[in-house]
Design a protein around this ligand. Structure first.
Ligand code: IVH
Length: 793
């Protein structure tokens, strides 16, 4: 072997190994750039010496010029289909037939997801991928080898390992599919390019694979899972299906992690249940699970009926997509005024429930899908997500004839016009506005709009907010519609009589006879319960109160950050945006949104009203002492986003002008120590009086905040003082928050990432890269028991 051949082989070996680690094991060992570097090296080598190119070279994955058509491939072993089971009974009778057929009592099954992609047969000769064929009619398929070579998850060469048998001929059966995230990305790209989008990942996978131009396939991210074996020569065929799967993994073929081996119908049904629960969170789509008798000897004994094996069955999950007709398109008004178009549908059973409404997301989505009243549409409901309209079946669109055509060529036009959002809010009549660059249109009515008021109260009363037990949609509707509640504070002023009167008026309006209890008395217990629940909600932790206010972009976790760091409502409600920006995980948009909310006098008034009505957060505390570091003038300057002033430059600036006052009166001569463009930029910024005032106010506010900080000596002293911890993985009994609280109560700090400064990493189950990093850096690693043992008695 010449030196060049050896060099090319070595590069290929490394590239195969890295690709396997990346695509199959999901565990890369080298940075992408290293892969790219070796790849280019090999490409250059092959370009200079085309005789070095081999079929299995990773450079051959990139795709070539279009084919005129796909060649036909006769399958050595036919590609069959599976019978389906829908009900538990179907599975029980399948298991019974298998046991009776074999004359035994207990059968082991290999079980795995039924992937929603397309079947593929891969032939490896002496370990090299030589052919890939689609299923076709089961006997003859299409040769899609060139396209399949572009799929990174499919090894071009099988791995040869010490002690693992290596076949001379292997025909692998499996499924080509597209992961959900790659599907979403593909559709986004298609929209950007003004091209047709795909209705689901399976269509996208099929469309991408059946491309005569393999460069298109190469640009789409397809995946693959092996699930069967058709031919095996030169190596012993393992005795069971599950052993084949283990062997495949050794050969470097991608097999799915969710597969298992179970016993009897009980085992099958438990597996169905388990995967059904995991299904919404799986990165790919499945439409059921597949059960296969594990032993090949037993499979052979059972044989086939017509085109399906007796030894396997697909157990399907309820369909997630169905067809129905759009009766109307309405809009819903959300808490922040967001206007969402909603399709009202003829009831249809999909994903296990009857669906009558489906979201159309926003105006652009309706336009893109061109959904019109009367259309037949594909509705989809996956897991717990809100049902959505996926696409329109255009062939079924109601059309009307238009004058102008002739007898043979009548002109047809759609009966309904294309959809556009209403110009005014259907609830309050205010203008609907859509800001430039925003996908969402909003009602401009604010809390004048009763729909927004209802949503705001609903959010406020929610379980994760103020948790007012029992205050559901029906009561909120009436409280708002009949004008008992304008703002959230009004809830706390309601009396028993108000509730009873509201109910009487609502009943009258709806023509309902009031509910009475024994002796003809009107029921009042519900109102008493509600009053009690409202009263009981008055003292929430600060984070919940902040979340309940419904500030845009403030979810539970941001609310918690605000409460943890600033400690009290008094600080949060006046915090300048620049201060908010230095808090962990709060970016510019969120910080501005919070500051804008509190800058609005009516929001400040709503808060005062709440406090007046007796709402008072519990366990407020002094701001977090670490704010001292965060609020250094340099960080604040960086947060102000003065053009060109990066964090490093801000530090240099502060070295010259230690206080804000110095900076405000900056002598241009002194600024000259900075690079000229930055000096000019800072000067221009300071020339604006508004900015100068802003800076002075910010400084004053920070001073007030810093004086509220406990003295260093008051900082909690405990066994962990001065120590930094990192938590990773799932601990057996403690939640993350519990563990953090325990550490902090002992003066320790909990950080999000492992570095040389970390003292201890507390690792639980499924700890990932942080644990690896800790091992690499030699940081102490504890489990939960060690953490608990280190706490004082
Ligand atoms: S085994 C003898 N296992 O389902 C049939 N098929 O109707 C062997 N499929 O188009 C098929 N996931 O592509 C098997 N884990 C799995 C599967 C699976 C998806 C597809 C297969 C075929 C259809 C069978």
């Amino acid at each position: 072997m010449t030196q060049l051949t050896e060099q090319a082989a070595q590069l290929r070996r490394l590239l195969h190994q890295y690709a396997h680690e990346y695509y199959v094991l999901d565990n890369p060992t080298v940075p992408d750039a290293e892969y790219d570097r070796l790849f280019r090296q090999l490409q250059a080598l092959e370009m200079a010496h085309p005789e070095l190119i081999t079929l299995d070279s990773p450079t051959q994955r990139v795709g070539g010029a279009p084919l005129p058509e796909f060649a036909a491939v006769a399958h050595r072993v036919p590609m069959l289909s599976l019978n389906n089971a829908f009900e538990d009974e179907d599975v029980e009778s399948f298991d019974r037939r298998v046991r009776e057929g074999l004359g035994i009592n207990e059968v082991f099954y290999d079980v795995g997801p039924k992937f929603d992609g397309l079947a593929m047969s891969l032939t490896y000769e002496n370990g090299v991928l030589v052919q890939a064929a689609t299923r076709g009619d089961g006997a003859t398929g299409e040769d899609v080898t060139r396209n399949v070579r572009t799929i990174n998850a499919i090894p071009l060469r099988l791995q040869q390992k010490e002690g693992v048998p290596f076949p001379t001929l292997l025909e692998v059966r499996g499924e080509v599919l597209m992961f959900k995230k790659d599907f979403d990305r593909l559709n986004e790209d298609q929209v950007a390019k003004g091209q047709k989008t795909f209705a689901n990942p399976r269509n996208a996978a099929a469309g991408s694979l059946r491309q005569l131009d393999s460069r298109i396939t190469a640009s789409r991210r397809l995946a693959f899972f092996a699930y069967g074996i058709a031919t095996c020569e030169g190596a012993p065929l393992p005795a069971t299906q599950s052993a084949v799967m283990d062997w495949y993994a050794e050969l470097g073929l991608p097999v799915c992690k969710e597969r298992d081996r179970v016993q009897g119908a009980q085992g099958l049904l438990a597996y169905y249940q388990r995967i059904g629960e995991k299904r919404p969170g799986l990165p790919y789509e499945i439409d059921g699970v597949v059960y296969k008798v594990d032993s090949f000897a037993q499979q052979e004994e059972l044989g086939f009926v017509s085109r399906a094996p007796r030894w396997a069955i697909a157990h399907k999950y309820p369909a997630q997509e169905a067809l129905t007709v759009v009766d109307a398109i309405d809009v819903q008004v959300g808490r922040t005024g967001a206007i969402t178009p909603v399709a009202r549908l003829q009831p249809v059973f999909v994903g296990g429930v009857t669906v009558t409404n489906a979201t159309l997301h926003n105006e652009d989505e309706v336009r893109r899908k061109d959904v019109r009243v009367g259309d037949t549409v594909v509705v989809r409901r996956a897991g717990d997500v809100i049902p959505e309209v996926v696409s329109v079946v255009l062939e079924r669109r109601p059309m009307v004839e238009q004058p102008g055509g002739d007898l043979f060529n009548p002109q047809q036009v759609p009966r309904e016009p294309a959809y556009s959002l209403p110009k005014t809010c259907p609830v309050c009549g205010s203008h609907v506005v859509r800001e430039e660059g925003e996908a969402i249109a909003r009602c401009s009515g604010g809390l004048f709009c009763s729909a927004q008021r209802k949503e705001a109260i609903w959010h406020f009363a929610g379980r994760r907010a103020m948790d007012i037990d029992g205050l559901g949609g029906r009561y909120i509707d009436n409280l708002v519609e009949l004008d008992y509640v304008h703002g959230v504070a009004d809830l706390y002023r309601l009396k028993l009589d108000d509730f009873l009167e509201m109910k009487r008026r609502a009943d009258e309006r709806d023509g309902v006879t009031p509910e009475t209890v024994a002796q003809g008395k009107v029921a009042t217990k519900w109102a008493e319960n509600l009053l009690e629940a409202i009263e009981a909600s008055k003292n929430p932790p600060l984070a919940r109160l902040l979340f309940a206010l419904g500030v845009r972009h403030v979810g539970e976790s941001t609310a918690k950050t605000l409460a943890d760091w600033l400690g009290s409502l008094a600080f949060v409600r006046h915090a300048p945006a620049a201060v908010l920006r230095v808090l962990p995980d709060i970016g510019g948009t969120v910080a501005d949104s919070i500051a804008d909310f509190f800058a609005e006098p009516k929001n400040q008034k709503a808060l005062d009203d709440l406090l007046d009505a007796g709402v008072q957060p519990v366990a407020e505390h002094a701001p977090n002492p670490s704010l001292r570091e965060k609020l250094e003038t340099a960080s604040l300057l960086a947060a102000l986003e003065i053009p060109r002033l990066t964090a490093t430059r801000a530090k240099q600036l502060v070295a010259i002008f230690p206080s804000v006052v110095d900076l405000a009166h900056a002598d241009p001569g002194k600024l000259a120590a900075l690079p000229a463009d930055i000096a000019t930029s800072v000067q221009q910024w300071l020339a604006d009086d508004g900015n100068k005032t802003h800076l002075a106010e910010l400084d004053a506010w920070c001073t007030t905040l810093l004086t509220a900080l406990p003295e260093e000596s008051e900082v909690v002293q405990g066994v962990f003082t001065g120590k930094t911890f990192v938590l990773t993985g799932t601990l057996p009994t403690l939640s993350r928050d519990d563990a953090k609280a325990l550490i902090e109560a002992q003066g320790g700090k909990v950080s999000g990432s492992v570095s040389k400064k970390t003292d201890v990493v507390v690792a639980g189950a499924e700890a990932g890269s942080k644990l690896a990093k800790a091992e690499e850096l030699g940081v102490a690693i504890w489990d939960e028991a060690q953490l608990l043992a280190a706490l004082p008695g």
